[in-house]
Ligand binder design. Structure first.
Ligand SMILES: [Zn+2]
Length: 368
């Protein structure tokens, strides 16, 4: 709207490339290869008049900004509330060729509920079953896309659909992490291209709506801004949730929020050096690509006793070794107790206990 261009539902609605959409009962963007990308110059000089709203000029165009790159895709709406939700709805309510059986849907829901106790407090919400999907928030779709989906869909979703989903999940894992965006950004963009192309084959032409198509442009934004969370709306979504928790009654709401904010900032200053206690599920950390640990007890002088897991194995080998994005299988058999300094515990992780002393460990990659 602020760019005064046609919406995503228009024939020339992609704000990144010039392809003409194709109407398949809904607007789709079928081209995947050799996309003709828009530039600041082509935008300002209106090279494709059909993209712009007639006789309107964006108020932003008087500013010295790149009129294409300065308007990143918000993955909260596009990937989480868009693509992830679309996939889940197709798997639960879509055509028979890609829908899960009602038994498998129930099984996925059960697994999600069972994961709740392993989700650390840094997540605003714990996992909920698929029967509540209409009420899931963006952060729950993100949790599913980045972490829990890989576990709960394994064996429940048809193999080829699961592998296709893993391409989307892996690419997002890379692009939410500043380090991985830098080192694996190109790989993420290849995965997303494959995901979009293959999606047409698996789910039909109507799969390629704007949200899916714009995945082709997503890694460029992550690379321009450092990672997806540097240019997403999550920042604005999580604040209302935190503020809501500060309000106890309907009276003087703003005063209550202001008081709580003041208290917490004082508390933070007083406790600068103290780290939160390490109770499960908030006691798991990745130490290096070879080791992770769970804190067992707190010792003296900023040291903690940990069970350190070595010989970490990949949880998945599709589309790549999952150790690339910090997802491992750890075993009690390859663990030993070690005393560590608190400072070693910088990278938080999720640990899911499986049968027989086996644990799935997932580095927390997103930053907000
Ligand atoms: Zn495009």
């Amino acid at each position: 709207m602020v760019k005064c261009v046609k919406q995503f539902s228009g024939y020339y609605g992609c704000d990144r490339c010039t392809q003409r959409g194709s109407w398949e009962g809904r607007m789709t963007y079928p081209e995947v290869d050799n996309l003709n990308l828009r530039t600041d110059q082509s935008f300002r000089e209106c090279w494709q008049p059909e993209h712009h709203q007639e006789e309107k000029i964006s108020p932003f165009s008087v500013l010295p900004v790149d009129m294409v790159k300065s308007f990143p895709i918000d993955y909260m709406h596009q990937s989480c509330l868009g693509v992830m939700k679309k996939l889940l709805l197709m798997w639960t309510r879509g055509k028979t060729e890609y829908r899960m059986s009602s038994g498998d849907v129930a099984c996925v829901s059960e697994r999600l509920e069972a994961l709740r106790k392993f989700i650390p407090d840094c997540f605003a919400r714990k996992a909920r079953g698929l029967q509540e999907i209409e009420r899931w928030k963006a952060t729950e779709f993100r949790q599913f896309a980045l972490y829990t989906g890989k576990i709960v869909l394994k064996g429940a979703l048809q193999g080829h659909l699961y592998e296709h989903f893993l391409c989307f999940s892996t690419a997002l894992c890379i692009l939410v992490s500043p380090e991985l965006t830098k080192s694996q950004g190109l790989y993420a963009s290849q995965l997303l291209k494959y995901f979009v192309e293959k999606g047409r084959e698996l789910y039909g032409e109507t799969f390629l709506v704007y949200n899916v198509h714009s995945l082709l442009h997503l890694s460029e934004d992550a690379q321009n801004f450092g990672c997806l969370d540097n240019c997403s709306a999550f920042k604005f979504e999580s604040c209302p949730h935190q503020m809501k928790k500060m309000v106890c009654s309907g009276k003087n709401v703003l005063t209550q929020v202001a008081n709580r904010l003041e208290e917490t900032s004082k508390l933070k200053m007083a406790n600068e050096e103290t780290v939160a206690s390490f109770k499960g599920p908030n006691n798991v950390f990745v130490l290096s690509p070879e080791e992770c640990c769970e804190v067992v007890s707190e010792e003296v002088e900023n040291t903690v006793m940990c069970r350190v897991f070595t010989n970490l194995q990949p949880f998945l080998m599709m589309p790549c070794d999952s150790r690339l994005y910090g997802t491992y299988v750890a075993s009690i058999r390859h663990s030993k107790m070690r005393c560590l300094h608190r400072k070693a515990l910088a990278k938080k992780a999720i640990m899911v206990e499986e049968h027989g002393g086996v644990r799935i460990v997932m580095s927390i990659l997103h930053t907000l």
